[in-house]
Design a protein around this ligand. Structure first.
Ligand SMILES: C[S@@+](CC[C@H](N)C(=O)[O-])C[C@H]1O[C@@H](n2cnc3c(N)ncnc32)[C@H](O)[C@@H]1O
Length: 315
């Protein structure tokens, strides 16, 4: 497999060989990469399957510029679209089943984490923004949420999306502090966490809070829930659907969807008699989750929480 590594400084793609293998035997045609990022997975797919084309989508315009440069050598085998993956099928004019495969590599890229101005980082000195589309989206920022939400709602967010054990105390501290001065920069939030822990918080403690905010600001779980059935329906018979998730709430949604679609009867429980005639919509390509090896995690620690699941639509 020939591969250039121009985009690897931007984001190092995870479980590349495993992702590529999932598309073996898929029908010829266009693979939808809904989280194009720096184009690492897309490049590997285009190299591995000379007949395949890629429709690359990302909500972050900076990522698309990076991918465009990396994938330029594939010419018209690549289409690039600035959109959210849950809205991309309409934006790309896809009607009916046309895709040979779909890939979602969820979450954010290393570049988004590294670039302080976008506010994903929990290093001091960045605005509390976290919008993947950047300011042009006009959507609310993490600061808006922290300054406007009620204490109880902030607490529930930190608990459910961040598994934060001190969620109540941190929410209380945020509300107390914002009465004096609005939450604007990462150091404002870090100071609230530090006040609760009564010591400088550890990286994992900061990450729990920042991750919860990022998931909410970008409606990441909502986007995934809308995209799963839409992309399944856009697959051609035999098409592969591959998802890499980095959070247990994402992985649970993917696991449940792929399992449900692989059951012989897919009628909703309230229907007393099977109307789907017991035909599964497809089969699991991964019986259990695939995780990166210790060697991959050693080379790329951000791969640590990756979980891959794959499904194939019935032929
Ligand atoms: C982990 S990175 C993907 C990296 C990519 N697979 C590669 O090889 O470089 C996730 C990317 O998905 C994008 N993203 C996250 N949620 C999205 C959504 N709902 N729609 C479109 N892009 C999204 C982010 O902007 C980010 O660039």
């Amino acid at each position: 497999m020939t591969r250039t590594h121009g985009g690897d400084d931007y984001h190092l793609a995870v479980l590349v060989e495993e992702v590529v293998r999932c598309f073996e035997g898929a029908p010829e045609g266009e693979i939808f990469d809904g989280t194009l990022g720096a184009g690492g997975h897309a490049e590997a797919l285009l190299d591995a399957y000379p007949a395949c084309r890629v429709l690359g989508v990302d909500r972050d315009p900076e990522a698309l510029a990076e991918a465009r440069a990396r994938l330029g050598r594939f010419g018209d085998r690549v289409r690039i679209l600035h959109a959210r993956f849950d809205e991309a099928a309409v934006a790309a004019g896809l009607t009916g089943p046309t895709l040979s495969g779909a890939l979602l590599d969820l979450g954010i890229s290393s570049h988004q984490i590294d670039e302080a101005e976008r506010g994903f980082t929990f290093r001091e000195g960045a605005p509390l923004d976290m919008r993947m589309e950047g300011a042009e989206s006009g959507a609310g920022t993490a600061a808006d949420l922290l300054n406007e939400w009620e204490e109880d709602r902030i607490s529930r967010l930190l608990r459910s999306y961040g598994d934060e054990p001190r969620s109540r105390a941190i929410a209380r501290e945020i509300v107390k502090r914002r009465a004096e001065r609005p939450m604007e920069r990462t150091e404002d939030l870090l100071a609230a966490i530090e006040a609760v822990y009564r010591r400088p918080p550890m990286a994992k403690e900061k990450a729990r809070v920042f991750q919860a905010l990022r998931i909410e600001v970008n409606d990441e779980l909502g986007a995934l829930e809308r995209a799963l059935p839409a992309l399944r329906d856009a697959l051609l018979p035999g098409g592969a659907f591959v998802v890499l998730s980095y959070h247990s709430l994402e992985d649970r949604r993917v696991k449940n969807a792929f399992r449900e679609w692989s059951r012989a009867c897919t009628c909703p429980p309230e229907i007393p008699v099977c109307v789907c005639r017991g035909e599964p919509l497809g089969t699991l390509l991964t019986r259990s989750i695939v995780r990166p090896s210790d060697a991959e995690i050693g080379a790329n620690p951000r791969a640590r929480s990756a979980r891959l699941r794959a499904w194939r639509k019935a032929a």
